[in-house]
Design a protein around this ligand. Structure first.
Ligand code: ADP
Ligand code: MG
Length: 528
């Protein structure tokens, strides 16, 4: 066994850096948190080459005293806590005193600061394991600038794990968006290779806040969500909750903040999922931007070095509060006779106020495997519908699709089926009995009652036909007389343009008409 040796402080910094500095985006996160902790009302972020070449963060916060500058770069040096008890109720984003030490051990770092607008500022520099402890004058207004160059220049193994410039930048952009959504009163700018990506003024009023939300989460999110603000048991929950109709196929639009800190938490996720349970189809994920305010003493933020996780002192209480608030909010969303269509052919419909029946049961309707089957979970007990007349056109469509057969409710169906399984000539969705709400067809087959949304079923059939065409002779496409303009987020527009070829293969010709506008010029004939 070789002899045991104490590692030099810089070397242990470099090892520890692995915990907090995984990639450029993690540096941005730490530096932004520092700027916020310093009470900045404005933060400017400049990035070059996905952050690998340069990341510069300039703020107008409290600044750092001249004598403290070298300490700021030292490990386990922080101004945010002094005693263990302080950790019990830490109100700042940082408290471990690790970030600057870690970042400076794997980059070339310059720290410039001034605690007032008077006089010049001061700076210190560090380069990997070299640190110039001499503090030299530098011109700077009140606030701090941290410049990080050549990240991982001295740790090539780490550098190899970095992805393309584009990917690293998009991770930085994610971090900036998340943080900009955590502090509305702070203004942010972000540039990449000198190009302005975001320019966000401080948002103080509700409409300014919503403007920021629309910019960062996309206009569609804002249009399809409701603002909530609820308080109970010393907890407050506020933010934007998307309608079930705006559900996503991935859990990629769930932003949750606890005391302004963006976190991922099982308790929170569970409460969210449960609240949406009745109104979302399996496999769909809700979208939300929510802020929980809780007494700092009731939440432990010292769980993980990157501080993405927290531990609630009373997680049961938090869970119940979240679930109740969200459930209530969702119940309030659908008071009108509102049928909201989700992106994947599911529909949820609610009672009209002038017909205030209480759902007596949840009918969860399951179907066989027919591709055209459109399954719905509908909260319904409006059996009165059964007496409404059938719309000719709707039934005709259903017949044409071969989904149902127009026969009155037929008790013999059961018998027939029970004899020898499902005969070929029974349509997959059975026999139409009635039309509901002018939208659905109530049908009956071997499995029981089925609610068919003709529109959704039709969409599904078209989808299957397009899939077949794509695998076969290709999708036939046709130009639009008047191009269709589509409002999207900047990021969605980027993605669409990047995937133009793929869209073209699907018969959709699109181009960008503005930062948040797409122009659809050509669509598949099937979608005409
Ligand atoms: P922590 O944030 O956990 O305290 P850091 O290594 O991130 O540790 O920062 C060390 C110290 O440097 C902070 O406690 C703070 O006093 C000071 N500091 C860092 N960045 C800034 C900034 N932008 N403005 C003011 N002070 C800062
Ligand atoms: Mg910090």
């Amino acid at each position: 066994m070789p002899k045991i040796q104490q590692l030099s402080p810089r070397l242990s910094n470099q090892i520890a850096a692995g915990e907090v500095v995984e990639r450029p985006a993690s540096v941005i996160k730490e530096l932004l948190e520092n700027s916020l902790d310093a009470g900045s009302s404005r933060i400017d972020i400049d990035v070059e080459q996905g952050g690998t070449r340069l990341m510069r963060i300039r703020d107008n916060g409290s600044g750092i005293e001249k004598d403290d500058l070298p300490l700021a770069l030292a490990r386990h040096a922080t101004s945010k806590i002094h005693r263990l008890e302080d950790l019990e109720a830490v109100a700042t984003l940082g408290f471990r005193g690790e970030a600057l030490a870690s970042v400076s051990s794997v980059s070339r770092l310059l720290l410039v600061s001034n605690t007032s607008d008077q006089g010049s500022g001061w700076q210190v520099a560090a380069e990997g394991d070299q640190m110039r402890t001499t503090v030299t004058p530098a011109s700077h207004r009140q606030g701090t600038t941290v410049e990080v160059r050549d990240l991982f220049f001295n740790t090539p193994a780490r550098r190899k794990f970095l992805k393309t410039e584009k990917t690293e930048f998009s991770r930085i952009d994610d971090v900036v968006r998340k943080i900009a959504l955590s502090r509305f009163r702070t203004g942010f700018t972000l540039t990449h290779n000198q190009r302005t990506i975001h320019s966000l003024k401080p948002a103080l009023t509700q409409s300014e806040m919503e403007r920021r939300v629309a910019l960062l989460c996309g206009p569609a999110f804002l249009e399809n969500s409701v603002f909530i603000d609820r308080e109970a048991a010393g907890l407050r929950l506020w933010g934007w909750l998307a309608l079930p109709a705006f559900s996503r196929s991935q859990a990629d639009m769930q932003h949750f903040y606890v005391n302004d800190r963006c976190i991922k938490d099982k308790v929170v996720m569970h409460a969210l999922r449960q609240a949406y349970q009745d109104v979302l189809q399996h496999g769909r994920h809700p979208a939300c931007l929510l802020y929980l305010e809780i007494e700092p003493a009731n939440v432990d933020v010292n769980v993980h070095p990157t501080k993405h996780e927290v531990r609630f002192r009373d997680s049961r209480l938090v869970h119940d509060f979240l679930f109740r608030s969200l459930h209530r909010a969702l119940a309030d969303i659908v008071p009108g006779d509102k049928t909201v269509r989700t992106h994947e052919n599911a529909a949820v419909f609610a009672a009209s106020p002038d017909n205030p029946f209480q759902p007596r049961e949840n009918l969860s309707l399951q179907l066989g495997s027919h591709a055209a089957a459109s399954v719905h979970q509908a909260q319904m007990s409006h059996y009165q519908c059964l007496h409404e007349p059938l719309s000719e056109a709707r039934i005709e469509q259903a017949l044409a699709e071969g989904l149902v057969r127009a026969e009155p409710a037929n008790p013999s169906v059961d018998k027939e089926v029970n004899h020898f399984g499902e005969p070929d000539d029974i349509p997959p969705l059975g026999y139409a009995i009635a039309q509901l709400k002018g939208i659905y067809i109530l049908a009956e087959n071997r499995l029981g009652l089925i609610v068919v949304d003709m529109h959704a079923a039709h969409e599904r059939i078209t989808y299957e036909q397009m899939k077949q065409a794509l695998e076969g002779e290709g999708i036939r496409s046709q130009p639009l007389l008047v191009p269709e303009s589509l409002a999207v987020s900047e990021r969605e527009a980027d993605a669409a343009v990047e995937n133009r070829e793929n869209f073209l293969r699907l018969g959709i010709a699109l181009e960008r008409a503005g930062p948040e506008t797409l122009l659809i010029r050509q669509v598949p004939v099937l979608l005409r």
